[in-house]
Design a protein. Structure first.
Length: 153
């Protein structure tokens, strides 16, 4: 295959989510509710990646994600690359990182936490952002939780 051939067709306008850990590809698609979109969505899994071994890629025609959607995405698949496409050209590339604080994105695992018993948003801070599996600390009950074991709101 020559370098000009693509495994997945190019899109005219929209977003490409690349470098998704292969086992998280469909979780990312579900989280972003891609099945509800009217526009064209291409999902590829288990592509060879020097960085990840195997990766997923998602191309979404005519869709640009909000900061809130990107923050949710960071909980499921940190360090993915978003490429913004306009007229078949990449006009912006950004690495998705978990923000320092997650507000209203994940649930607290502590059943006694006030956020599970009162109508209020959750608020977590990242304990160690550089860890392989960052941990979150609940602002209200102080419980520390593994980011891989939390549930999204």
């Amino acid at each position: 295959m020559s370098k000009k051939e693509r495994l997945v067709a190019a899109i005219e306008n929209g977003t490409v989510i690349d470098h998704i850990p292969a086992d998280k590809t469909f979780q990312v698609a579900s989280l972003l509710k891609l099945q509800e979109l009217e526009s064209q969505v291409t999902i590829g899994q288990n592509y060879i990646s020097k960085k990840l071994g195997k990766k997923g890629i998602i191309k979404v025609e005519n869709k640009y994600f909000t900061d809130a959607e990107i923050n949710q995405l960071s909980v499921v698949a940190n360090n993915v690359v978003l490429s913004i496409i306009k007229d078949y050209e990449v006009v912006e590339k950004k690495m998705v990182h978990t923000p320092d604080n997650l507000v209203g994105i994940v649930k607290c695992n502590n059943p006694k936490c006030i956020t599970n018993n009162e109508p209020m948003q959750t608020y977590f801070s990242i304990v160690d952002k550089n860890a392989t599996h960052p941990q979150l600390r609940c602002k209200y009950c102080d419980k520390v939780q593994d980011i891989d074991k939390v549930k999204l709101c």
